[in-house]
Each structure stands twice: as C-alpha cells, then as structure tokens.
Design a protein around this ligand. Structure first.
Ligand code: 5GP
Length: 253
C-alpha cells in the first residue's frame, strides 16, 4: 500500500495514517549530530528505538502521562495520534553532561543540585538555540498554561523514568522531550510526542558509568549498535533477531 509521506526528519519519517487523526512513524537507522554536521548509520537503531520508545510511552500512559503513541505496527513503524508539534525541545537534566557542562564549565558526571529544565527552539537553520520561558510565551510558541503543563509532565516523566532505568542498572543523566497539542473536538490537551530512546536520553551504567546512548556516536566511542542493544536488552524488549536481519533484505547473487 502506498502511503503519503507527510514529513521526513533526520531519524524518522511520518506517513499518513490509516484513520484521520493518525500518522505512521517510521524509525530509520540514519543518525545525525551537531545540527546535521555529522551523519551516519547505526545498524538496527530504528528497530530498537521503535521498541524502546514503545515500551517507555506505554509505561508513561499507564501512570497517566498522555502521549501520542497508539501501538507498534511492525519492526520499524508505530501508529501515533496526529498532533500539532510545539516548536520547543524540553531538556531535563539530573547530572551535568553535554552542552550544560560545556556552557557552565561543570564537570561531566557531577550531580546537579536539583533537576534542571532547559528549552531549545526547534529550528535547524539556527541550530536549535536555547531560549527562556520569557521567549516562549512572548513569541507565542507556547502559552503560559501550555508551558506549565509541559514542565509538570517533564518533571513527572523524569521521576518515573529515573526510577525505571535505575531498576535496570542505568542512570538517567538527561533527556529531551517534545510535546504536541492534541485536538479532540473543541478540547486541546498537551501530550508527549516524538520518541524516547537512547537517541534522546543520556544513559550511563550505574556501576561503570559506561555511556549507553547516542554520545557513543557523537564522540566516536565505538560499540554504538551494542549500546542500543544493551538498553533494549535491559528493558526486556530486544527483538529475537540478529543485527544482520535487522538490516533488512539483502540481495543474494
Ligand atoms: P545537550 O543539550 O547536552 O546536547 O542534550 C541534552 C539531552 O537532550 C541529551 O540527552 C540529548 O540526547 C538530548 N537532545 C538535545 N537536543 C537533541 C536533539 O536535537 N536531538 C536528539 N535526538 N536529542 C537531543
């Protein structure tokens, strides 16, 4: 069946869904970092992120955090509710790493005094600049009530996911969330959208502080595929196929 492609991003494609108000989210192996300056392929990443994000979104739904997720369709696709994406990336940080460590001269791995929320404007041309609540409300990217809902949800997601990951020996250092507006007749709700995966979280092994996320690609640390597999394995969602099969069909001559 041919489906209309609605949007293609760096790591995912969105297609028209089977019913109005739904979309199909396809997870690619393509990966990028530093505002698209570094590109590559992480074999099997799409399959694993599809599973990991499904697992985490379902768990969030169970504790009453609304998300766009409906159900996983196959190895690389999930059915989602169509939402109007709010053009703000919400970052929640528990431990200093990445851009905050650099910006504020903090030692990577140092505990932050409390979870810290930061916002980036989703704008590739500008390299997703950091913005403040003042910017967000003044320019109308989100209203005060929307922003309040986003912060409450982000902190709840942080508490819940920190515990969930700790249970499988992983520290949730920081993560990024995206939110969307879901319209139901006249009513609007803000829901968690996009994905939650090792592409969007920093996850360190509790015992060794080994990094098991996209930083392995960003920083050329090697064993990238293995890190995504390890996260999926610990969450109990590693598909029962080898990495070779995850590449898709291969032409045999
Ligand atoms: P940082 O600001 O330190 O680069 O990122 C903070 C956290 O948010 C990290 O877990 C990182 O993976 C995630 N993050 C921030 N911006 C992006 C982005 O544009 N794409 C993805 N996949 N993750 C992001």
């Amino acid at each position: 069946m041919r489906r209309r492609r609605i949007y293609e991003g760096k790591g995912k494609v969105l297609f028209e869904g089977p019913q109005p108000g739904t979309l199909v989210q396809y997870f690619k192996d393509d990966t990028s970092a530093f505002n698209n300056k570094k590109k590559g392929i992480i074999t099997g990443k799409g399959v694993l992120n599809n599973r990991i994000s499904e697992y985490l979104m379902v768990r969030l739904g169970e504790i009453g955090v609304p998300t766009h997720f409906v159900r996983r369709l196959n190895m690389r696709e999930q059915l989602i509710r169509e939402v109007e994406i709010i053009p703000i990336k919400v970052m929640v940080r528990n431990v200093a790493a990445g851009s905050i460590a650099k910006r504020l001269g903090l030692e990577e791995g140092s505990q932050l005094p409390r979870p810290i929320i930061e916002y980036n404007l989703k704008n590739d041309k500008l390299g997703d600049p950091m913005v403040s609540e003042e910017h967000i409300t003044a320019f109308g990217w989100a209203g005060t009530q929307d922003l309040d809902d986003m912060v409450q949800m982000a902190l709840r997601v942080n508490d819940f996911l920190s515990g969930l990951f700790l249970g499988v020996g992983l520290k949730l250092i920081d993560f990024k969330l995206e939110f969307g507006r879901l319209w139901e007749d006249e009513d609007m709700r803000i829901v968690v959208a996009d994905e939650i995966s090792p592409d969007t979280c920093r996850l360190w092994d509790v015992k060794t502080n080994d990094c098991l996320d996209k930083d392995r690609f960003r920083r050329d640390m090697g064993k990238v595929e293995e890190a995504y597999q390890e996260v999926a394995r610990r969450l109990g969602v590693l598909p029962e196929v080898s990495a070779v099969e995850m590449k898709g069909p291969k032409l045999v001559q």
